[in-house]
Design a protein around this ligand. Structure first.
Ligand SMILES: NC(=O)c1ccc[n+]([C@@H]2O[C@H](COP(=O)([O-])OP(=O)(O)OC[C@H]3O[C@@H](n4cnc5c(N)ncnc54)[C@H](O)[C@@H]3O)[C@@H](O)[C@H]2O)c1
Length: 438
């Protein structure tokens, strides 16, 4: 990744394309529209609310990120979606039950109901617990990917967009490991022609986006653009990609708390996490194969932060368990319980209990916004391939081959801001601060 000589301007409309128009996607779109009308604040969004310190502490120069970097404005965003369920934005948001119908959805119904999802590339082999009539037909996966590319071109022309980004907000697909078909672009394209079973719909959206020069992020834990073939394609086509699995709820708490215990060199013998949730996501995750994708994504976090191989006395015997239980009465308002067994001086044990009455989509929506704006920025800066500086937003950050992912949220945040400083030609901040004592 090179520092660009110049960054393309954030002029004109930015189209945000959303495969999957369920709870997260509609909450995101509704929140942006509410903010544009002055009905709500974009809380949780770094691009809209966070400041960035420039120069020395004594300089008192801390602009908002959105004033410091040339980001698209909220008023320039237009939205498109695909979903096998044909509900428009208003119907889907009401059905998701995240936002209050009378208070927050009815006032923007005129806007939300204009967004109708395009027919999806969807296959029940990959998401077992869903049925939907709004789907594309094609003899091969290659043909389906070409239909998506046409949708992208049509959307861009119809809405007069200057640029596009795509954020996967679709259901979690079954667990697939990268295989020979993901080894390189040639194998992947051949695999699409031959309907290879390891190529799931989300990979076709990612392929279509990259081929159309559209930055792509994956908000779900399933395999999508995180394989050698699509990473190669993204570099070849000069397109930024990022993933995967939005960091919200319980994993957000883990990456906030675990670095704290570790900095104090406190030991940990167990972390048991269980969730009950009753939305469509919960129903899809009730299928063991979709749950497997989620479980792998959630489990990696602690091990990577605590580094048991370096601290066997403290973390060598850690028992880490994650359960997700579908419980319809809870709707989108998930409850996540954590029991953490830690130990301190001379091995004395202590327990910490967390009961997080969480609203998943409320935490995910600002992530979608920030990813859309930052990926668009990356595209205009001429950056391509994996955007590790956006790890902050993901449970399983995508990294260059052979590089371990950084999960500590504070390091991720620092890295994100330093990347912005570097991009804009400012000094990076190390927090060394010796100069104040000369
Ligand atoms: N809510 C969170 O905090 C959070 C956090 C991390 C990850 N995620 C992931 O984000 C995704 C969306 O979550 P949600 O709560 O909005 O779920 P949801 O079930 O409300 O919405 C997902 C939508 O995707 C659609 N879909 C499924 N397959 C599709 C395909 N091939 N093409 C187009 N659309 C398709 C479904 O019909 C559904 O409407 C899930 O994969 C979830 O695991 C959510």
């Amino acid at each position: 990744m090179k520092k660009p000589d110049e960054i393309g301007p954030a002029e004109g409309k930015l189209g945000v394309l959303l495969p999957g128009f369920g709870a997260v996607a509609t909450t995101f779109v509704a929140g942006v529209e509410a903010a544009r009308r002055g009905l709500a604040e974009p809380i949780g969004s770094l691009t809209q609310m966070n400041t960035i310190r420039l120069g020395k502490r004594t300089d008192n120069n801390t602009p908002l990120i959105k004033d410091f970097t040339p980001l698209a404005g909220l008023e320039d965003l237009v939205f498109g979606a695909w979903d096998p369920i044909p509900d428009d934005g208003y119907e889907s948001a009401v059905n998701a039950g995240v936002l209050h119908k009378e208070q927050h959805l009815d006032p923007i119904r005129d806007f939300l109901s204009t967004i109708e999802p395009m027919p999806a590339v969807f296959d029940t082999d990959y998401v077992k617990k869903l049925e939907g009539p709004n789907v594309k037909n094609g003899a091969t996966k290659k043909e389906l990917a070409e239909q998506l590319r046409q949708d992208i071109r049509d959307f861009k022309a119809e809405h007069g967009c200057d640029r596009l980004v795509m954020i996967w907000c679709g259901s979690t697909e079954v667990y697939i490991r990268p295989s020979d078909v993901h080894a390189n672009v040639e194998a992947f394209e051949k695999g699409m022609e031959e309907n290879h079973p390891d190529i799931a719909p989300s990979q076709l959206y990612a392929y279509a986006a990259i081929m159309e020069g559209v930055p792509y992020a994956n908000g779900a834990p399933n395999l999508s653009a995180d394989n050698a073939a699509l990473e190669e394609l993204a570099k070849r086509e000069g397109v930024p990609i990022a993933g995967k699995d939005f960091k919200t709820g319980q994993t957000l708490m883990k990456t906030i708390l675990a670095p704290g215990f570790k900095t104090r060199m406190l030991g940990m013998s167990g972390w048991f996490s269980t969730n009950i949730l009753g939305n469509r996501d919960g129903e899809v995750l009730d299928d063991p194969e979709s749950f497997k994708s989620k479980e792998v994504s959630k489990l990696g976090v602690l091990e990577s932060i605590l580094q048991p191989e370096m601290y066997p006395t403290l973390y060598g015997d850690l028992y880490h368990k994650v359960r997700i239980n579908y419980y319809p009465p809870r709707g989108d308002n998930k409850e996540g319980w954590d029991n953490i067994d830690i130990f301190g001086w001379m091995g004395y044990g202590m327990q910490i209990k967390i009961d997080f009455l969480c609203r998943d989509s409320i935490l995910a929506a600002p992530i979608v916004l920030d990813l859309a704006l930052f990926l668009d920025l990356a595209g205009r800066a001429g950056w391509s391939g994996i955007q590790e500086w956006l790890s902050f937003y993901f449970k399983s950050p995508q990294t260059a081959p052979g590089l371990y992912a950084e999960h500590d949220i504070f390091i991720q945040h620092w890295k994100l801001k330093n990347t912005l400083r570097w991009l804009m030609g400012e000094e990076m901040i190390t927090h060394l601060g010796v100069e104040y004592y000369d």
